[in-house]
Structures are given as structure tokens and as C-alpha cells.
Design a binder for this molecule. Structure first.
Ligand SMILES: Nc1ncnc2c1ncn2[C@@H]1O[C@H](COP(=O)(O)OP(=O)(O)O)[C@@H](O)[C@H]1O
Ligand SMILES: [Mg+2]
Length: 238
């Protein structure tokens, strides 16, 4: 169980203090899939980064299975079973797709499994295994590889920040299938998304607005309460 207690995050410049997250309290139960949505700039990526330890909250406490992890580094959190896929994937020069998938799964030379993760994200293993993670890969390809890596990690808790970003329509349906498959595993999943199809797959939809959780509940309850203009935007993205 992941618990956020009174989490605030603010940044200061010379003139003023900007409050990005404001006293967030929320408990993520084990084995459920959560979708976080809300307008651009509402604090979704900041919250995801705080859960992973990339940035530390200005106030508040995070506990994971009863342990206070507020001061832990992302690596220490990863060792406890938390896995994070960034909104903008990271490139590692010199490392191949096969290397990174093997690193993630902790198993070498398991070609069948490695190929399975790549096909799950709509990539042909034959074309990609030996590709380097350099700037010859497009943003969309990197994004899919990063999702494959998250699947290979088989972590207890997965966080995805806008997995749909840079993914074309065809592979978007594949992505929806991936999240259905993830939901059927025992892991806890937290997915930041604007996509109605992904939001509908969640057990709980959390709406963030202006740094606060303004609603959380079953998709059928929460989606109908979103402002019509926001839903129109979601549909346009379909
Ligand atoms: N380090 C920072 N310094 C100043 N402003 C920031 C910083 N990080 C985020 N913000 C601002 O905080 C708000 C929330 O950002 P973000 O969490 O990325 O939103 P979202 O992912 O919901 O679009 C935005 O207005 C963003 O510009
Ligand atoms: Mg974001």
C-alpha cells in the first residue's frame, strides 16, 4: 500500500513561491489500477516524480507498505519494487534494446520473453533487439521500448506518465490492451493519462486540478463529472 500524507510541493524564485501540489492525501491500495488525469499543468507529472523520488516533497510523508520512503532515492525505491516510465523517455547511448530489456528483467538470454515484451508494445523483435537506444530511434519508438522495459521489470508498483504520448493510433489500441493485461497481474499501476480509453480501464480515476485532488472514484462516476470541455478534448484525442 502506498500512502501520500499531506504532500505539498512548491518552488520559489526570487519574487514568489509557486505551490504546485497542495496537501495531497491519498492511499493507493495494492493490486488496483489508478489513472490520474486533469488539465495540463495541474501537477500530474510532479506527483508521479514525487512518488518515484525524482523530486522530494516540500512537506508531507510517503509510506510504502508501512515504511517511510520520503527520503529514499529513486534507486532505493526501485529496489523496494517501484518502477517509473518517464513522460519523455531516456536515451542510453551504447546500450541495445536487448540489453535494457535483459537488465530490466534480471534475466540474460531469455529471448522468448524479451521478444514477448517487444511484441506486446507492437515492435518486431527482429528489427529492434540490436538497435541502440540512441537518437536514431523516434520518440514513439523509445516510448514503446520504455513500456516494454516496465513490463519486463515486473515491479510491484508501476507508474506511467502519459504512456500515450507520441504513440500513433494503431499502437494506441495495443497500449490499451497492455494496460488491460497489466491490470490482470497483481501489480499496482498508476497511469497519468488524458485518454478516455485508458481512464476507463482503471479501477479508480483521480482528477487533479491546480495541485489538488478534486475527485477520485470509479471511472463511470468520475468521467461524467469532468467538465464537458475536458471530455470533448479527451474524445478528440481518441
Ligand atoms: N521546477 C519547476 N519550477 C517551476 N515551475 C514548475 C516546476 N516544475 C513544474 N512546474 C510547474 O508546475 C505546474 C505543474 O507541472 P506538471 O506536474 O508538469 O503538470 P502536468 O503533468 O499536470 O501537466 C506547471 O505549471 C509547471 O509549469
Ligand atoms: Mg505531465
Amino acid at each position: 500500500m502506498l500512502k501520500l500524507k499531506n504532500i505539498s510541493y512548491s518552488v520559489s524564485d526570487k519574487k514568489s513561491k509557486i505551490e504546485i501540489l497542495k496537501k495531497i492525501d491519498f492511499t493507493f491500495e495494492d493490486g488496483l489500477t489508478y489513472a490520474i488525469t486533469g488539465p495540463n499543468g495541474s501537477g500530474k507529472s510532479t506527483l508521479a516524480k514525487i512518488i518515484m523520488g525524482v523530486i522530494k516533497p516540500t512537506n508531507g510523508e510517503i509510506t510504502y507498505n508501512g515504511k517511510n520512503i520520503t527520503a529514499l532515492s529513486p534507486t532505493d525505491r526501485a529496489n523496494l519494487g517501484l518502477s517509473f516510465a518517464f513522460q519523455s523517455p531516456v536515451r542510453f547511448k551504447g546500450l541495445t534494446v536487448k540489453d535494457i530489456l535483459e537488465l530490466a528483467s534480471g534475466k540474460e538470454n531469455n529471448l522468448t520473453e524479451t521478444c514477448h515484451y517487444l511484441s506486446a508494445v507492437g515492435l518486431c523483435a527482429r528489427d529492434y533487439l540490436d538497435r541502440e537506444l540512441d537518437n536514431k530511434l523516434s520518440g514513439g519508438e523509445l516510448k514503446r521500448i520504455e513500456i516494454a522495459t516496465a513490463l519486463a521489470r515486473n515491479a510491484a508498483l508501476n507508474i506511467f506518465d502519459e504512456p500515450e504520448a507520441g504513440i500513433d493510433i494503431w499502437s494506441f489500441d495495443a497500449l490499451v490492451d497492455i494496460f488491460s493485461a497489466l491490470k490482470n497481474k497483481k501489480a499496482t499501476n498508476i497511469i497519468v493519462s488524458h485518454q478516455e480509453k485508458l481512464l476507463k480501464k482503471a479501477d479508480v480515476v483521480i482528477v487533479l486540478d491546480n495541485g489538488k485532488i478534486v475527485n477520485a472514484g470509479k471511472p463511470e462516476e468520475v468521467l461524467s463529472t469532468l467538465a464537458p470541455s475536458y471530455c470533448d478534448k479527451l474524445r478528440r484525442n481518441d
